[in-house]
Structure formats: C-alpha cells, structure tokens
Design a protein around this ligand. Structure first.
Ligand code: ADP
Ligand code: MG
Length: 412
C-alpha cells in the first residue's frame, strides 16, 4: 500500500510537476481509486481537476469528463497535452473529421481522458460500451441541481449514468454548493452512498464589505481613488447599467470597459484578453464575465447591485485576490435591488428555489454579525470565531441599546 501511495506522488511529480497535494486532493483521489462514488466540494482554484486527472492516469481505460463549457474543456485538454497526457474533447462544435479522429483514438485505447459536453454524451454510448471506462467525472456538478445557481437542463440527463455505467465510479465536483445542493447532486446522480469531501471555502485575504446603495456612482469613484492601476471588476444586474457605469468611469478618466453577452463574441474575447494582460484595469460586467478567467492579481470586486444568491456572490468576489494578497469585495445593497431580483425570479420554473436563495442573500446583506462566519456557515462549514477582516468586524455597528432606555424608564 505504501508503494502505491508513493507512486501517486510520483504521478503528481512526473505528470503535473507538483511536489505536494493541496488540502483534500489526496483523500479524494484515494476515494476514487478505491472505486467509491465521490462528491468533492472545493473552492475555485482549489485544484479539483487533479482529483480526476490523476486517477485517470493511475487506472486502466479512459476517463470520461463531463464539462459544461467548450472553452473550459479546451483549456484543460491543452494543458494535459502539454504535459504529455493523452486527452481529447468531443463536442458538437467540432468538425466531423476531428470528432472521428477522437473516436478512433478512443476505440484503440489511446485516450486517458475524454472531455464531453453533456449534450454529446448520449451520442457516444455505443463507443463507450466497446471500451474500458475508468471513471466518470462530472465537473461543475452544481449545474445538475435546481437548488444550484447555474442549472443546466442537459445535466439532468446525467441521472442515467448509473444505468449506462453501473460499475464505474463517479466523481462529481463543484466549487459552489450549499448543503441542500450537495444532497441534491448526490441524489440526482444516485451516488448517495458515496463519499463527500468539503474543503474549506475560507479566503482569509478577501475583505468583505456591504454598503447601502445610495449614490453608488459617487461611492464607486471614491472607492477607486486610491486604487490606481489596480485591476477590478464591477458587476451590474443589467447590460444597460454596465454600459452606463463604464461610461461614467471613462468620463472621469478611468480605463474601463463594459462586458456583457450582447457584445459581439470577437470584441468580448478582446476585452477579456486586455483585462487579463493588464491593458484594461476595470471591467464593468454582467455575471457573463469571469467564468474560466485565470487572473491572479484582481484586487477588488464591486457588486453594483446585490447578487441574486450567495453562491454567485462568493464565486464573483472570489475572482479577486487569487494571488493571496489582500483584496476587497464591496457590495451595494438596496431594497430596490431585492424588488428587481424578485421580479426576475417570478414566473420561472424554479421560482421557489430562487426566491429562497434571494432571501438568504438579503439576510446576509442585512446581517450585523461577521460576514465570513455567515458565509462559511452557509456552505456548511462550522465556524465560531469572528474573522477580523470584514466591515462588521472592523467597524462594529453601533447597536441601539434598548437596556439603557428600559433602565431609565424603570427608574423614573
Ligand atoms: P478548480 O477546478 O478547483 O477551480 P483547477 O483544477 O483548475 O482548480 O486548479 C487550479 C490551479 O491549481 C491550476 O493551475 C492547477 O495546476 C493548480 N494545482 C492543482 N493542484 C495543485 C497542487 N497539488 N500543487 C500545485 N498546484 C496545483
Ligand atoms: Mg475546475
């Protein structure tokens, strides 16, 4: 057994170039290699990919990796190939010759990992039946749950995995799932009997602050005064407001750009690249911006409006301070935001879930206790101590002291 352990470290070193595992990686890898179904909850950047990539190398056969975004697939496959690992992806946007080549390689056992979009998966079951499948990884697994914040219908079909691959270990991974979403993921994938690993979500270098949303633009300008040349993201609720806010910043001499799904794809990737390469420091965006962007020196994130749920909020502020240096998450909150968000949720198929999540978000914004404690507890981590690095800890609100008045009344 100790020899096998050593060989895992060797795989880590020779294929990935790392000397040690990150927290929970080794335990998760052991679980997968033991043939257990596994749920891994780990913050963004925590190193989830390795938890299925390394077992894929250690086991015979091909690992199927289900991933929701073609861009994410391509990045991971490129990185694996650069490390000499035989990996490909398959999706509907590929030319058919490329698809055929991938399937050929699969059939002759030349693939250690195959990334597949959930929509394409069921077209390939015939091929999978003729090959050895080592494991199935469901990345961004929160997409399967209506309780999650990024529900995708194609993911619901994944409950059929157990019928197609009854002998194959499934590992589901995500960065953002509260306890109810975790349970729901396991239920839907039918892996309730599996192991669950929840890594700490704490990002101690992130300062969290919530402010009333009056005169936001003035507050933003004030906030930016001592942040010259720092990179940051401002999230707005609507496309229109991203443009309005960006315009106002540009008028004050800031290099800021609006980013939303209505902008042409080519222009969008140009903006993204300019941001990553420090040519544009400030992006004013809808939540369309950020997924899959690997930029370590984002110093602040502003929520111009209250986000619609805590998962999104934490994911978005988590895009700052990835280098471990201090970063600032500032959120504006007003009742008008709540009204607007309620309107968005009303009439949708998942209205009740969304309204429940919105209410938790509002409670978070209005709370007068340590922000980090509230957040970590929300994600199922038991925390008792105040963090000392949020607005509430740094500037305790002055409570209205009813006891003094009561004493005065009684003694009168
Ligand atoms: P996640 O999917 O959890 O957001 P990734 O799997 O993309 O995170 O990993 C984030 C970064 O951490 C990648 O650059 C990856 O190479 C790196 N990483 C992962 N595991 C380790 C490790 N054990 N040691 C050092 N770096 C690691
Ligand atoms: Mg990932």
């Amino acid at each position: 057994r100790s020899r096998r352990k050593r060989s895992r470290r060797e795989l880590l070193k020779t294929h990935f170039g790392f000397d040690s595992f990150r927290p929970n990686q080794e335990e998760i890898i052991e679980s997968v290699l033991a043939g257990e179904h596994t749920l891994a909850i780990m913050p963004t950047g925590g190193g989830k990919s390795l938890c299925f990539q390394l077992p894929a190398l250690a086991l015979e056969g091909t690992a199927i990796v289900i991933s929701p975004l073609i861009a994410l697939m391509k990045d991971q496959v490129d990185a694996l190939n650069a490390n000499g690992i035989m990996a490909s992806y398959y999706n509907s946007s590929q030319p058919s010759e490329a698809q055929e080549e991938v399937l050929n390689n699969l059939m002759i056992g030349q693939l250690q990992l195959l990334y597949v979009a959930p929509e394409s998966l069921w077209n390939l079951t015939n091929y999978f039946q003729k090959t050895e499948i080592s494991l199935i990884a469901v990345d961004e697994a929160h997409c399967i749950s209506a309780w999650g914040h990024d529900f995708r219908p194609a993911y619901t079909q994944l409950s059929r995995l157990q019928d197609e691959f009854p002998q194959t270990p499934i590992i589901a991974l995500t960065a953002t799932a509260d306890r109810a979403t975790q349970d729901d993921i396991m239920k839907q994938l039918r892996i309730e009997n599996g192991k669950r690993f929840v890594s700490s979500f704490d990002r101690p270098n992130l300062y969290m602050e919530v402010r009333p949303g009056q005169q936001r633009i003035q507050q933003v300008l004030q906030f930016l005064k001592d942040k010259e040349n720092q990179s940051g993201i401002i999230y707005c609720l609507s496309r229109k407001s991203t443009e309005k806010v960006a315009e106002k910043l540009v008028a004050k001499g800031y290099k800021a750009k609006a980013y939303h799904a209505g902008i042409e794809a080519e222009e969008r990737s140009r903006i993204q690249e300019d941001f990553v390469n420090d040519r544009i420091p400030i992006i004013v965006a809808t939540i369309a911006f950020g997924m899959g962007i690997d930029k370590s020196n984002v110093r602040w994130v502003i929520h111009y409006n209250m986000p619609k749920n805590i998962e999104g909020y934490y994911q978005e502020i988590g895009r700052s301070g990835r280098d471990g240096l201090p970063a600032h998450g500032l959120m504006f909150y007003s009742f008008a935001d709540v009204v607007q968000l309620r309107k968005f949720a009303t009439g949708t198929a998942t209205e009740a879930f969304q309204l429940a999540k919105l209410e938790r978000m509002q409670q978070f914004a209005e709370a007068l206790s340590c922000r980090r404690k509230a957040l970590l507890n929300y994600f199922g981590e038991h925390v008792i101590q105040d963090c000392g690095n949020c607005d509430i800890c740094k500037m305790p609100p002055k409570y209205f002291d009813g006891t003094v008045i009561a004493q005065k009344i009684c003694s009168a």
